[in-house]
Design a protein around this ligand. Structure first.
Ligand SMILES: *[C@@H]1O[C@H](CO)[C@@H](O)[C@H](O)[C@H]1NC(C)=O
Ligand SMILES: *[C@@H]1O[C@H](CO)[C@@H](O)[C@H](O)[C@H]1NC(C)=O
Ligand SMILES: *[C@@H]1O[C@H](CO)[C@@H](O)[C@H](O)[C@H]1NC(C)=O
Ligand SMILES: *[C@@H]1O[C@H](CO)[C@@H](O)[C@H](O)[C@H]1NC(C)=O
Ligand SMILES: CC(=O)N[C@H]1CO[C@H](CO)[C@@H](O)[C@@H]1O
Length: 843
């Protein structure tokens, strides 16, 4: 141990930690993370200006958001294992009030909603948990997590100093905290929960409530602290978080945008670091590169940060009707674990390496003192040193977005790519650069299942379109209030009597039906006949439907189907949002414009198919299904399929469909929307996850409700894998951080290992069955689509095959003799090696 006696005196408090983490270092090999959280916490949790303190020790916390209702319980252990292996020691989740208490006083904590089981599993995986109770959570979740019934409480104003709201908020928060305490889940009781959050990004709406906003924050803080959890509370995006609550940062670049804790004795914590951007229907895919994410996190930790949380680490799926208005069913698919729970590389691997690099700096970071030195207009070095010891860690930052830069630091020269940070856990050795990925890459494949697509035997049932309904009011009723979040659909009917002289004379001129709606979508029918569909968007929920219609002399029935795609989840006064048809007129009649807005409207909540639950085996017998023929609007389709072969995740691609919902064996897998194209002229989401736990071996019932004129004949069931893996490494690359160990502040690694090499590992112990591409020279492109550059060693593929074929994991050193260096076609060029292989189970 290289720690001198003098330091031991200075830091007696921390010697235990130094000793224990060195003990950890010894056994670390491949996953080498020296921060295996000992989840047995018995001295509780506190904090100081540097970090959260668990069991009396400062900690670097690498946290990821995984939301229990966005995956099925059978997959939780796998997700948590992958998170832990990715170097996380904390899992953060919201608590979703509206699924737990859908009807006032009626609770549901079963299955996917089993919060206690999820938190316990986090503990069993030896990780900590952050519980974001909210109870307002936003989270692109239906109604931001607030139950619909809360809207109907007299005189309620959400999220303000309002007695009815405070009453229900306190009641729910207290119930959740009591439930956690009863199960001994707080760290103070030996459980995994080390932090809890009250409210959520309140600063963004606080001004709207003036002094009632300020007093609400004070009240919420006091109420939370009064629950005596003995672990710290946090408020994200809350400058004025009352003591002792820690204000934390949410955003993309908290290292540069966060103004810091509001007290010197509070640590700098980053509770939401967006791993991408959530998607709404109509959006193109979202990207956030592994390099950019790594840069922001390295920056934050170089500036006193001690906790980062990836929002999301696994996004998962918004099953059923759980997503907020217009949000896609897939959630943060671009996270380190994709929608299907598969490792998205290089994001997953590059962050794993980053965590390892930061952990190698842990002692210097947590007990050293920081200095900053400018080395140029866009270059600086941040160093953490403990005087009189060898502890020293440095972060070299090149903020020039265009050019690589050369640094001189402590007598050595370092070259940094544009906009990158290098991490030197001993102030000498670069073990990681945010821009140079040594982790492998992969691409996702959707493969048509051989078993499942054999014979769906599709049948159809056309939903009944009512023309005259009771429950009359003068004006059409507001749609949220009408549906009360029990369905996405409500019918509106009215009728008008026209004389022959009201109608246009010429045959080819039609009157126009015009409906101004507050959202979200609308189907119009005249005399039972489908006229068309229109919808709003996330940004502008209201829209105008306008279509020529055939009217007849006599009584005409106008029928509208108002549709919703989730309640809103953000902003002030959420209880005062409205949707549905507002102003209905018929233009182009001889008598002029006819206003039907106060014509007297009948209503019906929900579709007949929903009422009869025809998406279940039992309910499906209650209507008469026909053979697939034409595809009219608003039709149900029913078929059967056998469970896809193997054990890869399963998806359904909704080719040929418009908009609607899918049920598998009676369970709603979410809303699909193929007809809403992104600016790339493609659906925002074409594949929809089918959890394996919803399936039985054969004869799975699939029921689709299609609102538009889709036809399911081209729908297909797919198996999802990431079995195409790649490596791209240059001669500039730092050695893989995974090879290093730390011994009391100094680094250790085998010298042989320090040379750059391509490293590949198949998922799930599969084997490399083919080398699909290999070039040592100047290859370019991305995993799945590499191309040869101007210079390549012809033996590249043979070399890759020699090192990798038949193996689960392989390494190809860039200086391998097999490359036949005598015949170097481009001797003066710094070269790269790109390899792409295919993994499979070998029989
Ligand atoms: C609702 O608010 C109004 C105006 O503030 C007040 O007069 C009334 O008593 C309140 N009703 C209830 C049930 O609290
Ligand atoms: C980090 O903490 C040190 C010591 O408390 C302080 O002097 C310094 O300003 C902090 N740096 C940043 C970027 O917050
Ligand atoms: C890098 O540039 C950004 C944007 O100009 C700035 O906010 C940040 O402080 C800079 N960081 C460094 C290390 O110079
Ligand atoms: C190949 O060489 C040409 C001419 O020097 C150059 O323009 C091109 O960018 C090079 N291609 C690659 C992939 O480096
Ligand atoms: C940019 C971004 O993704 N922002 C999202 C971060 O996560 C919260 C979830 O609480 C969303 O509300 C933000 O829109």
């Amino acid at each position: 141990m290289a720690v001198s006696g003098r330091i031991l005196l200075r830091i007696t408090l921390f010697t235990l930690l130094v000793a224990s983490s060195i003990a950890h270092d010894k056994k670390d090999h491949d996953d080498g993370d020296d921060h295996k959280a000992e989840n047995k916490v018995n001295q509780g949790v506190t904090y100081d200006g540097r970090s959260v303190i668990i069991n009396g020790k400062r900690e670097l916390l690498f946290s990821g958001s995984i939301h229990y209702p966005r995956s099925t319980p059978d997959t939780w252990p796998d997700l948590l294992t992958k998170a832990k292996y990715g170097g996380l020691n904390v899992i953060q989740t919201y608590v979703f009030w509206n699924i737990h208490e859908p009807i006032e006083g009626q609770y549901n904590f079963e299955g996917q909603y089993d919060l206690v089981k999820f938190i316990k599993l986090i503990g069993e995986h030896k990780m900590y948990a952050t519980l974001r109770v909210g109870p307002f959570i936003q989270a692109e979740w239906n109604h931001g997590g607030l139950p619909y019934w809360l809207r109907e409480v007299r005189n309620i104003t959400f999220r303000s100093d309002n007695e009815p709201f405070k009453h229900y908020m306190k009641k729910f928060v207290t119930m959740i905290i009591d439930m956690m305490k009863k199960e001994k889940l707080f760290a103070s009781q030996g459980g995994p929960i080390v932090l809890s959050q009250i409210e959520n990004e309140y600063n963004t709406i606080q001004l709207a409530f003036r002094e009632l906003g300020d007093s609400y924050v004070q009240w919420a803080g006091k109420m939370a602290v009064g629950l005596n959890t003995e672990v710290p509370w946090i408020m994200c995006k809350q400058r004025d978080a009352p003591d002792p609550i820690i204000n934390t940062c949410n955003g993309r670049h908290c290292g540069d945008t966060f103004t810091g804790p509001n007290r010197r004795n509070k640590p700098s914590l980053w509770t939401e670091n967006w791993t991408a951007q959530y998607r709404v229907f109509g959006d193109p895919p979202s990207q956030r590169s592994a390099e950019d994410l790594a840069y922001s996190v390295a920056r934050f930790f170089s500036k006193n940060g001690s906790l980062v949380n990836y929002y999301m680490y696994h996004g998962g799926t918004n099953y059923g009707r759980t997503s907020a208005a217009f949000t896609t069913t897939r959630y943060y698919d671009e996270a380190p674990l994709d929608e299907y729970g598969l490792q998205r590389d290089p994001k997953w691997g590059h962050l794993k390496d980053l965590h390892k690099a930061l952990n190698l700096c842990k002692k210097a970071l947590l007990w050293g003192s920081p200095t900053v030195q400018k080395l140029g207009p866009d270059q600086e070095v941040r160093t953490y040193k403990q005087p009189g010891t060898s502890l020293c860690a440095a972060f070299l930052a090149n903020n020039d977005t265009q050019n690589a830069q050369t640094f001189h630091f402590r007598g050595k020269q370092y070259r940094l790519p544009a906009r990158s940070i290098s991490i030197l856990p001993d102030c000498k050795t670069v073990v990681y650069n945010t821009q140079m990925i040594t982790a492998q890459h992969n691409t996702r494949n959707f493969v048509r299942s051989a078993t499942a697509n054999k014979n769906f035997n599709w049948q159809m049932y056309k939903e009944y379109v009512p023309t005259q309904l009771g429950s009359m009011t003068k004006e059409p009723m507001e749609l949220y209030e009408l549906t009360k979040d029990t369905t996405d659909y409500a019918w509106y009917t009215t009728s008008i009597e026209l004389g022959p002289r009201d109608l246009p004379m010429k045959k080819e001129i039609f009157p126009v039906l015009r409906v101004a709606s507050l959202g979200h979508g609308l189907l119009a029918f005249v005399n039972g006949e489908y006229i068309g569909f229109a919808h709003g968007s996330k940004v502008e929920k209201s829209f105008v439907f306008q279509k020529p219609v055939k009217l007849k002399a006599g009584v005409n029935q106008i029928t509208l189907l108002g549709t919703l795609v989730g309640l809103p989840d953000s902003g002030a006064y959420m209880e005062h949002r409205f949707a549905g048809p507002r102003s209905i007129t018929i233009l182009g009649l001889n008598t002029g414009t006819l206003d039907l807005s106060v014509n007297g409207w009948g209503h019906q909540v929900g579709l007949n198919g929903e009422k009869k639950k025809i998406y279940t085996e039992k309910g499906s017998t209650k209507v008469e299904w026909r053979k697939l023929s034409e595809s009219p609007a608003l039709t149900w389709y029913k078929g059967y399929f056998d469970t896809p072969e193997g054990n890869n995740p399963v998806a359904i691609r909704m080719t040929g469909m418009g908009k609607g919902m899918v049920w598998i064996n009676g369970q709603n897998i979410g809303r699909y929307w193929m007809s809403y194209l992104s600016p790339l002229k493609q659906p925002s989401q074409s594949e929809y996850q089918i959890p394996r736990s919803f399936l039985k071996p054969t004869q799975n019932l699939i029921v689709i409700l299609e609102e538009q004129e889709g036809n399911p004949k081209d729908v297909e069931i797919l198996l999802v894998n990431r079995d195409t893996i790649c490596s791209y490494v240059t001669e500039y690359h730092p050695p893989s951080v995974r090879l290093f160990e730390s011994k009391g502040g100094s680094l250790r690694a085998k010298v042989d290992d320090l040379k750059p090499k391509a490293e590949l590992t198949c998922p799930n112990h599969k084997k490399i069955v083919a080398v699909e591409f290999a070039s040592f020279g100047d290859p370019f492109g991305a995993c799945g689509s590499y191309s040869l550059g101007n210079c390549t060693f012809p033996v590249s593929k043979k070399v890759a095959e020699k090192f990798c074929l038949g193996k689960t994991s392989c390494q190809i050193p860039l200086d391998a003799e097999d490359f036949d260096k005598q015949n170097d076609a481009c001797p003066h060029m710094k070269k790269a090696l790109a390899v792409q292989v295919k993994c499979a189970y070998k029989n």
